[in-house]
Write a protein that binds this ligand. Structure first.
Ligand code: AMP
Length: 173
């Protein structure tokens, strides 16, 4: 299987989680052994020779893709979570969504100056979530090697807030 065949495993769910949103459901891809392997291998391969020391990903679906990619790269994994979920001292970043301001947290000792960090998520929509993760990593002296996604919704312009970063996606709409 090649990456161009992965699109067939993304399910469109209209009006979820609210009216007007077409949700890109990645669970059919995760369930298919060949598609899941192709996705993880292709994401890992893109960063194989870039000296990634840590993969950082936000809950919930970043937690599914991040660890196997980190394992392949011989890197560590660092979770980014919604406020109040991480047990130790945290750094927080705020970001704008369509109808509210949300925030994300990371453990304050999770990234060290000089760490080469790959950020990963399932879907790039407006880019606000990923931009907040980049700010968290850089506030601790980490170097963002790249921002990687399984799916990119190009019509939402998510690359704009990520200008200056290496943005990579396997599937585009
Ligand atoms: P954004 O910050 O707008 O780029 O939104 C990205 C986050 O929201 C990611 O963690 C995605 O999992 C989720 N997301 C946004 N839009 C969609 C969509 N249409 N389908 C699936 N997930 C989405």
């Amino acid at each position: 299987m090649g990456t161009n065949e992965l699109k067939a495993f993304i399910r469109d769910v209209p009006d979820f989680p609210k009216k007007g949103i077409i949700f890109k459901d990645i669970t059919p891809l995760l369930k298919n052994p060949r598609a899941f392997k192709e996705a993880i291998d292709a994401l890992s391969e893109h960063y194989r020779h870039q000296g990634v020391s840590i993969v950082v990903a936000a809950e919930a679906r970043g937690f599914i893709l991040g660890p196997p990619v980190a394992y392949h790269l011989g890197a560590g994994f660092v979770p980014v979570r919604k406020p109040g979920k991480l047990p130790y001292l945290c750094k927080k970043a705020y970001y704008q969504t369509e109808y509210s301001t949300d925030s994300l947290e990371i453990h304050e000792d999770a990234v060290r100056p000089g760490d080469r960090v790959l950020l990963l998520d399932d879907v790039l929509a407006t880019g606000g979530t990923m931009a907040a993760c980049c700010r968290l990593v850089e506030s601790m002296g980490g170097q963002v090697v790249g921002c990687a996604f399984l799916v990119e919704l190009t019509f939402l312009g998510g690359r704009k807030p990520l200008e200056g970063y290496d943005v990579f996606s396997l599937i585009q709409y």
